[in-house]
Ligand binder design. Structure first.
Ligand code: ADP
Ligand code: MG
Length: 140
């Protein structure tokens, strides 16, 4: 096990419903420290760049429209096995399949508007963090 960093996003549906504090509290309780936090309203182009890996998927237009529909909270979470830990706290992509007590089970409205994003592997965590944050914006 090692200390890792991962990118977390509180998506527009979470910000719109004032769930920011509740969501960050869950991460902190799980030992994930927000070492960088920024509220941001993505442009469509930024959303398309961030989710480029999904550009051939049928939901790409819906996803990028949604992610640019209102402000999000971008965060770098740091902690022991942060990448897997964050995915565990979030729960499955589809809230109907998410485990009890996970953020998506508690808060997500649909498979698309599912409240939180988390990087899925060390390589993607690195590129996703660099997409939104400079090293000097991360403080620990
Ligand atoms: P995760 O966010 O759990 O890593 P994916 O990487 O598979 O999930 O998908 C990225 C995002 O695209 C999801 O979080 C969700 O917002 C959206 N998405 C995934 N599958 C669908 C779908 N079938 N219909 C609509 N939106 C989807
Ligand atoms: Mg993913």
């Amino acid at each position: 096990m090692a200390i890792e960093r991962t990118l977390s996003i509180i998506k527009p549906d979470g910000v719109r419903r004032n769930l920011v504090g509740k969501i960050i509290a869950r991460f902190e309780e799980a030992g994930l420290v927000p070492v960088a936090v920024r509220r941001h309203w993505m442009s469509r182009r930024e959303a398309e760049g961030f989710y480029a890996v999904h550009k051939e998927r049928g939901f790409f237009a819906e996803l990028t429209q949604y992610m640019s529909s209102g402000p999000v909270v971008l965060m770098v979470l740091e902690g022991e096995s942060a990448i897997a830990k964050n995915r565990e706290v979030m729960g499955a992509t589809d809230p109907a399949k998410a485990a009890e007590g996970t953020l998506r089970k508690l808060y997500a409205q649909s498979i698309g508007e599912n409240t939180v994003h988390g990087s899925d592997a060390p390589e993607t965590a690195k590129t996703e963090i660099a997409y939104w944050f400079r090293e000097t914006e991360i403080a620990r």
